[in-house]
Design a protein around this ligand. Structure first.
Ligand code: NAD
Ligand code: MN
Length: 485
């Protein structure tokens, strides 16, 4: 046995699965309307599975138009009779209470999120859930300070918000939607994604635990039809959507002229730009975090790597070496870096676009790793020789697939980075502060990260340009979406 082989055997990781005993998943769930668990009127239900094992986790109710109507009416009643009448500091107290319960139940939430979504526990435990609590703490603090937020002396809430969220950060997207809405004095009806409803349903339980007045938060589960019933319901004053650009455009059309206030957080095709003076090891970590975090199911993922030509060989070699050390497998294992693809549908989309990449002439490189037999998996993949015209350079793959392009001058980097229908985020890696500022000024993206990537903070606004949507979430800016200003 070669020394290297012995070494790798000797230091192989032992399985370190997080126990799932902490979560108590019910066999079936009703809808959370008016502070109660109720059955859907027509009795329809669907199953949610664990994408890493295809095990059925629970049966979940599918809300029809009548159920959505009940939820909107419950939210309206809570708005009119309780929530809009409460002193702002009392609203803040409820939000602080929810934030504290989220922290107390953090492990439970992280395990459930990883089970239902397929993301590594390392991420749900260290990124998603802490940010969820931070979002509630942040907006809890705003509740009684709205007069000083820069929107006039006593800005008013909008009323009832209809919120539709995706499956990539199920609980975090809930927090981004619910926390500012409630802080500003609105009530909400939220629809989680059909493949990841369980943490939203646990959040409903947390609302009960916090004694939140009935109807302030309502959770209706279901797929696209339920989402459509909600955003088209005449009884809501505000639509907040995160998801695909395709559905975002449909919502923009169906809400036009209705007087509903709308914010849309849609797709992205972010450029992560590495100059030849960047510290290579740090940049490589940033590239990995940019596109392989959460299996690349990230709207602001750094899915287009732009490397300065003079650094190309060094960066690519380091990147491939680093990718070979990533561990793919059981999302509940504490050593797992890459979890499961969220659904068979998403896996199919990633496979198809990757095949297009090859047929259009880009060179495909994949980490040699064993994929589990059950579940939905895609190994970290890098395409080189990608041109700006290739579909893998233009379309959102929403998976662990990186397209690499090169540039020579900062001007060329800016032109290539901005050559996209999207404009959600961008990254710049360089030793030069002046160049960071120059680039940030010219990049048409809502967020520009400098020498880092995929960093989130509740104080910082987030949102897009062009087909990435409109409106901002997070920070003081995020209040505007939920106030009548
Ligand atoms: P989607 O837009 O269909 O789903 C997002 C949410 O919208 C889900 O809750 C869904 O039930 C709901 N929905 C679907 N149709 C609706 C309608 N007509 N009216 C109201 N709500 C509706 O996204 P998807 O099919 O899960 O993913 C497709 C692609 O979208 C992905 O491959 C990815 O490129 C992109 N995506 C982006 C984000 C993001 O964070 N920006 C999130 C998820 C998916
Ligand atoms: Mn699921």
């Amino acid at each position: 046995m070669a020394v290297a082989e012995m070494g790798s055997k000797k230091f192989d990781y032992a399985p370190a699965p997080e126990s799932r005993a902490i979560v108590d998943i019910q066999p079936s769930y009703g809808l959370f309307i008016g502070g109660q668990w109720v059955d859907p009127t027509d009795g329809h239900a669907f199953k949610t599975i664990s994408p890493s094992s295809e095990e059925v986790l629970a049966e979940v109710s599918e809300a029809g138009p009548g159920d959505v109507d009940r939820a909107v009416k419950a939210a309206r009643k809570a708005y009119d009779t309780v929530w809009s009448k409460l002193p702002a500091r009392e609203r803040g107290k409820y939000l602080f209470r929810i934030a504290r319960i989220l922290q107390e139940r953090a492990r439970e939430l992280a395990v459930l999120e990883s089970l239902d979504n397929g993301k590594p526990i390392r991420e749900s435990r260290d990124v998603d859930v802490p940010l969820v609590a931070a979002w509630f703490f942040h907006y809890a603090g705003w509740a009684d300070k709205l007069d000083h937020a820069g929107f006039g002396s006593s800005p008013k809430p909008l009323g009832v918000a209809g919120q539709v969220i995706p499956w990539n950060f199920p609980l975090l997207m809930l927090a981004w939607k619910v926390a500012p809405a409630l802080a500003c004095g609105n009530t909400v009806v939220l629809k989680p994604a059909e493949t990841t409803p369980l943490t939203a349903l646990l959040f409903a339980e947390i609302c009960q635990q916090a004694d939140l007045p009935p109807g302030v938060v309502n959770i209706v589960t279901g797929a696209g039809d339920t989402g459509r019933s909600l955003v088209e319901h005449p009884g809501i004053d505000k639509v907040a959507f995160t998801g695909s650009t395709e559905v975002g455009k449909m919502i923009a059309r169906s809400t036009a002229g209705t007087g509903k206030k709308v914010t849309l957080e849609l797709g992205g095709k972010a450029a992560n730009i590495v100059f030849d003076d960047a510290p290579v090891d740090q940049a490589v970590e940033g590239i990995v975090n940019g596109i392989f975090f959460n299996q690349g199911h990230v709207c602001c993922a750094g899915s287009r790597l732009l490397v300065q030509e003079s650094a190309f060989d060094e960066v690519l070699e380091s990147l491939k070496r680093r990718l070979s050390t990533l561990r793919l497998g059981d999302p509940l294992d504490k050593n797992t870096d890459i979890g499961a693809i969220n659904s068979l549908e998403q896996l199919t989309r990633i496979r198809e676009l990757s095949e297009v990449g090859e047929s259009e002439g880009a060179a495909r490189w994949t980490v040699a790793c064993e994929l589990p037999d059950k579940g939905f998996w895609f190994p970290p993949t890098v395409f080189t020789g990608v041109s700006q015209a290739h579909r893998i350079a233009r379309e959102e793959i929403f998976g662990p697939v990186l397209s690499v392009l090169t540039f020579r001058t900062p001007q060329e980097a800016v032109e290539k980075a901005n050559n996209t229908p999207y404009g959600l985020s961008a990254g710049v890696w360089t030793d030069k502060g002046s160049r960071i500022l120059w680039m940030a000024d010219k990049l048409r993206a809502g967020v520009v990260w400098a020498n880092t990537f995929n960093r989130f903070d509740p104080t910082s606004p987030f949102g897009g340009y062009k087909e990435s949507g409109y409106g901002r979430e997070g920070g003081r800016h995020g209040l505007e979406a939920y106030l009548d200003v």
